[in-house]
Design a protein around this ligand. Structure first.
Ligand SMILES: [Zn+2]
Length: 520
């Protein structure tokens, strides 16, 4: 879908330029002739210079200028707010190790404009992204379907979930809280500044392999290993079974070793931005009370250094989006046990990923112009509701005396979530799915913590080659296991951690492939 408004403006500017240049000269030379003759000759000259206009065609590739711009805006919260991402009560932020940012990239092919924004947060609600899109649209008048906004999933930021998010309440009807409004405003500012920074550019993309830092965190265990869940039953897989666990059998799913990237440079070859995509949940190794953007920001910093892109004007922007990493983390449970100082492991991972991007970057042919396209749809998904047996069990758990040994250590939290979903959540939610096409490259956007299997399937079946997926994009609705992984149970499939129908990943994949097939 191209942006018709921009197309019209493009032709208007071409026509407006014409009388100002050619006709002034004609008037001087042909002063004796009437104005109508001048206009006739001027019109003929215009047709010679712009033969395509004879046939009413869109401007040709040669007429269009590809442009790119990028920016960074700060979204660091105040100290004292709770740091979310881990179990238990969120510890208050007492220290900022590194600032949180929104990193934005704008691309423009002379007719269609696409923007990306990647925010340092564990997951941003659709309502916050929608508000940011509304602000961008108001400022620069571009379709919201051409805006792909996502969260990195750092586990050491404060919540942008609004009141009630922690207990899995339904927050879509609530007004945005102060930090949510701030984040929306800063995303919009960042995108507008990236658009302000648009300059003639060339674009390239590529993918490398960094398998060594990725581990599927869901494990099948030796027969007879108890794997209790908070609903009073047993699962078939265990999340994060612990390094050196003697009952490990095999991982329950794959990893995707690919690091994909988009690069934009000035016409002279100066790097403007690199947008990476790697399917790793996060790294961590952050003290409990620290705010940090995790390895995503270290990558941004390191790729800038490797490309010798420090202190450019406008500044170079490195970006790392999260791929499909709902079940993939950085812990090798087969061991040995690691003991890194705080922040050391994320530097190691970010450096390896950046070095691989650099290696491939050197082989990428940047192109002067590619076509940009976008397709978006809203997919209705059924909200998963508890069965009568689950509701009964949840009430029993909450009625338990504090001194009774729990069946599962998080059973109270899940009992509360079970009742919350039953009481507050609607029967359906509509989720935004997007497909961007940049030349032959496809970028899919899914608003869940998506399992790697789903990302691999989209990569192999997409009509755009290559394709990568950005997760936690345009919203944040919890984990998205495949139907097969739902059969195995485990943390990511638990009601409350997962909130939509068990077939959701299949429906989402099919819908995204359909969107890509429309972009040719
Ligand atoms: Zn997480």
């Amino acid at each position: 879908m191209s942006n018709c408004f921009n197309t019209k403006k493009y032709f208007m500017s071409q026509n407006n330029r014409f009388p100002g240049t050619y006709s002034a000269v004609l008037h001087a030379v042909l002063g004796a002739y009437s104005k109508s003759v001048t206009l006739l000759i001027a019109g003929l000259l215009f047709l010679v210079a712009h033969p395509s206009s004879l046939f009413g065609q869109a401007a040709t590739k040669q007429d269009k200028v590809f442009r790119a711009g990028a920016s960074v805006s700060n979204i660091t919260p105040a100290l004292g707010e709770g740091i979310v991402g881990n179990f238990g009560n969120p510890p208050p932020a007492k220290h900022i190790h590194d600032q949180l940012h929104v990193r934005s990239l704008a691309l423009d092919d002379g007719e269609t404009r696409l923007v990306f924004a990647v925010a340092d947060n564990v997951g941003i609600k659709r309502e916050v992204f929608d508000e940011a899109k509304r602000l961008v649209n108001r400022a620069v008048n571009m379709p919201t379907a051409h805006m792909l906004f996502s969260a990195t999933h750092t586990h050491s930021a404060t919540s942008a979930g609004g009141v009630g998010a922690k207990r899995m309440g339904y927050t879509a009807n609530q007004p945005l809280d102060e930090y949510q409004q701030f984040v929306a405003r800063r995303i919009a500012d960042g995108v507008v500044v990236a658009i302000n920074n648009l300059q003639p550019a060339r674009i390239g993309w590529g993918a490398g392999q960094v398998p060594q830092h990725l581990f599927n965190r869901r494990w099948k265990m030796k027969p007879g290993t108890p794997i209790p869940n908070p609903f009073g039953g047993q699962d078939k897989v265990m999340m994060n079974p612990g390094v050196g666990n003697p009952n490990l059998l095999e991982p329950a799913g794959p990893t995707d070793p690919e690091v994909s990237f988009i690069s934009v440079q000035s016409k002279e070859g100066t790097p403007i931005a690199v947008l990476g995509n790697y399917s790793l949940h996060y790294v961590g190794g952050v003290p409990d009370n620290d705010i940090s953007a995790d390895y995503f920001a270290v990558f941004a910093d390191r790729i800038q250094e490797l490309l010798k892109a420090d202190r450019h004007d406008p500044p170079f922007v490195g970006m790392m989006s999260n791929g499909t990493s709902g079940d993939v983390n950085n812990i090798n449970v087969r061991g040995p046990k690691e003991n890194y100082p705080a922040y050391a492991k994320m530097r190691l991972v970010a450096n390896d990923v950046a070095q691989e991007v650099l290696r491939v970057y050197r082989t990428v042919q940047h192109r002067d112009w590619v076509r940009l396209q976008a397709a978006q749809t809203e997919l209705p998904l059924q909200v998963r509701k508890p069965s009568p047996e689950m509701l009964t069990y949840a009430r029993q758990v909450l009625a338990k005396q504090a001194n009774v040994t729990p069946f599962h250590r998080n059973e109270r939290a899940y009992a509360e979530r079970t009742l919350q979903i039953q009481k507050e959540w609607p029967d359906h939610i509509n989720v935004i799915l997007q497909a961007f096409r940049i030349g032959e490259l496809g970028v899919a956007a899914i608003p869940f913590e998506t399992f790697t299997q789903t990302g691999l399937e989209i990569k192999s079946r997409s009509s755009s080659k290559p394709t990568f997926t950005i997760e936690l994009a345009n919203g944040s609705y919890g984990y998205l296991p495949t139907p097969e992984q739902h059969q195995l149970g485990g943390y990511e499939t638990w009601l409350g951690t997962n909130r939509v129908e068990t077939e959701a990943s299949r429906k989402i994949t099919d819908k995204l492939l359909e969107l890509f097939s429309k972009l040719k």
